[in-house]
Write a protein that binds this ligand. Structure first.
Ligand code: AMP
Ligand code: MG
Length: 372
C-alpha cells in the first residue's frame, strides 16, 4: 500500500462493521459491512493536501449502513442536510422492513395492484431492465430466499437470524422467483401471489444518484459521498486533482487491492465479505443465486463496477457477482460501456481496459486486462 494513505472514512466503515455485526446465536460468527474505501493521496502530496479547505461533512445512518457525505461549496451544509432528508425519504419507500414503505405494501398484497411513488417505480423499472440484461442474475424477486437465509437488512426489532434453509423451502421459494413476472403499469405495480421483492441490490445506488443530482443542482461541483461503501466522486478535489477511491481486499478487510483515480463516477462493490455467516466451516453470504437459491458461489468474491450512474453500477455489481467469473468477463466484453474490477476466489484480478490508466495496484498484486 502507498505510504501515507489516509482513510478518510475509516470511522464510518468501522461503525458499519459493528452495526452489521449483530449476530444471531445459531450459526453466525462474523459479519463485516464494508465495500469500497476512500483514500486521500499519497504522502508526497499530503502537505499540499493539508492546504485544502475542510469540506462540509455529514454522517448519516440509513438503509442499515453508515454513510458519509462530504462536499465543498458555500451552501454545502444546507445541501447535505437536504441530501440526508432525501436518503431517509428513499429509505421510507424502499425498505423491506418499514411497514408503510412502498415495497412492504407491494409484498404484503402480492397478487393485487399497488400504486407507488415515482422513485420506487423508477428503481423497479431499472431492476427489471438489468434483470433482463443480465439474464436474471439480478432478480429482485429473490427476496423470500434472502429472508429465508436470514439476510434481511436487519433493524433493531428484527435482528438477522441466519440459517441454512431446508432444501424443500428453497425449492418452494424458487418457484416464486422471476423478475419478468413483476408487472409495471405506470406507477402501479402488481406481483404474482406469493412473490416478494427487495431493492437491496440497487437502493443505495439509487440514493447515490439522488444525492449527486441534488448537489449538482445546488451548484456543488466537488464532493465525495460514501453510502456504506457505495462511493461517488463528484467533480474534482478543490486542488483540481481527481479523487482516489480504493477497492477493499476481499480477503483482508484492512487492505486494499487497488485504487482508482476518478471524477464524476460511482465506484460500487458487491463482495462476499459484506454480510455473511459461517456454519460448519463454510461461509454463506448475502448475494443469492436466483437459479439455485443458495449464496452465489460462481468464482467471484468481489465485483466492482465503475460508471457515471450509481444505480446502474450498484445493480450491475450484484449481477456480475452472481454471474461468476466466465460469464462476468464475457458480459464485460460485450458491454464496453461498463467498467469493472473483478476478484476471483483464487485472488485473480480482472480489470476492464478503460481502467488501466486510472488504476494503481497495491504492492505485489497484478491484474489481467479484459480487452474490448
Ligand atoms: P449488493 O450488496 O448491492 O450486492 O446487494 C445485495 C443485496 O441485494 C442483498 O442483501 C439482498 O437484499 C439483495 N439480493 C441478494 N441477491 C440478489 C440477487 N441475485 N438479485 C437481486 N437482489 C439480490
Ligand atoms: Mg448492488
Amino acid at each position: 500500500m502507498k505510504k501515507g494513505i489516509a482513510f478518510i472514512v475509516v470511522l464510518g466503515m468501522l461503525l458499519c462493521g459493528c452495526s452489521a455485526g449483530q449476530n444471531n446465536n445459531q450459526t453466525s460468527k462474523t459479519e463485516i459491512s464494508v465495500q469500497s474505501q476512500v483514500s486521500e493521496e499519497s504522502s508526497e502530496e499530503s502537505k499540499e493536501e493539508s492546504k485544502l479547505p475542510e469540506p462540509e461533512s455529514r454522517d448519516v445512518f440509513a438503509m442499515d449502513t453508515y454513510m458519509v457525505l462530504k462536499a465543498y461549496g458555500n451552501n454545502a451544509k444546507k445541501v447535505l442536510e437536504d441530501a440526508e432528508n432525501e436518503i431517509h425519504r428513499l429509505e421510507s419507500l424502499f425498505s423491506v422492513k418499514l411497514r408503510d414503505s412502498d415495497i412492504s405494501k407491494i409484498n404484503s398484497t402480492s397478487g393485487n395492484p399497488v400504486t407507488v411513488n415515482i422513485s420506487t417505480r423508477t428503481a423497479i423499472e431499472k431492476a427489471i431492465e438489468i434483470g433482463k440484461m443480465t439474464d436474471g442474475a439480478l432478480d429482485i424477486t429473490v427476496y423470500p430466499l434472502v429472508r429465508e437465509w436470514g439476510f434481511t437488512t436487519g433493524d433493531s426489532d428484527n435482528e438477522p437470524s441466519y440459517k441454512i434453509p431446508d432444501q424443500w423451502l428453497i425449492d418452494w421459494h424458487l418457484g416464486n422467483v422471476g423478475y419478468d413476472r413483476v408487472h409495471l403499469d405506470g406507477n402501479i405495480v402488481t406481483l404474482p401471489t406469493d412473490f416478494e421483492i427487495d431493492l437491496g441490490a440497487l437502493a443505495k445506488g439509487y440514493a447515490t444518484d439522488a444525492v449527486i443530482q441534488m448537489l449538482d443542482e445546488n451548484g456543488i461541483d466537488s464532493a465525495l459521498i460514501n453510502l456504506g461503501g457505495n462511493v461517488y466522486a463528484l467533480g474534482r478535489k478543490p486542488d483540481n486533482k481527481k479523487w482516489t477511491v480504493g477497492i477493499q481486499n476481499p480477503v483482508d478487510k484492512d487492505k486494499m487491492i487497488c485504487s482508482l483515480s476518478v471524477e464524476n463516477q460511482a465506484v460500487i462493490t458487491s463482495g462476499n465479505y459484506e454480510r455473511f455467516f459461517e456454519a460448519d466451516g463454510k461461509k454463506y453470504w448475502h448475494i443469492i443465486d436466483p437459479k439455485t437459491g443458495y449464496p452465489a458461489d460462481n468464482g467471484i468474491i468481489s465485483a466492482t463496477v465503475i460508471g457515471s450512474s450509481g444505480l446502474d453500477c450498484d445493480a450491475l455489481s450484484t449481477a456480475l457477482f452472481v454471474m461468476g467469473t466466465e460469464k462476468a468477463i464475457e458480459f464485460c466484453k460485450n458491454h464496453k460501456e461498463i467498467d469493472a474490477v473483478l476478484v476471483t476466489k483464487d485472488m485473480k484480478i480482472y480489470v476492464t481496459d478503460n481502467l488501466t490508466k486510472s488504476i494503481t495496484m497495491e504492492d505485489g498484486l497484478t491484474y489481467e486486462e479484459i480487452k474490448r
